[in-house]
Ligand binder design. Structure first.
Ligand code: SF4
Length: 66
């Protein structure tokens, strides 16, 4: 979620990608690759599924802001 903050709120995609790259294998976005849909339901209403989708887009080269 922090990398999403870097990408969207700080508008710093490089910082977001660097953070994602530092996540230990199997604990980052690649783990999300096996999920058809994110099932996380945050009790504090953090939009995890949307943010995961955003990060997947970011790592596939899609800019998250104009
Ligand atoms: S965060 Fe969501 S998409 Fe990622 S592994 Fe967990 S349930 Fe799947």
């Amino acid at each position: 979620m922090r990398s999403h903050m870097y990408a969207v709120q700080y508008r710093n995609s490089d910082m977001a990608r660097t953070l994602l790259a530092g996540i230990p294998a199997g604990h980052g976005l690649e783990a999300c690759g096996s999920c058809d849909a994110c099932s996380v339901s945050c009790p504090n209403s953090v939009q995890v599924a949307r943010k995961i989708a955003d990060l997947k887009a970011l790592t596939s080269g899609t800019a998250l802001y104009a």
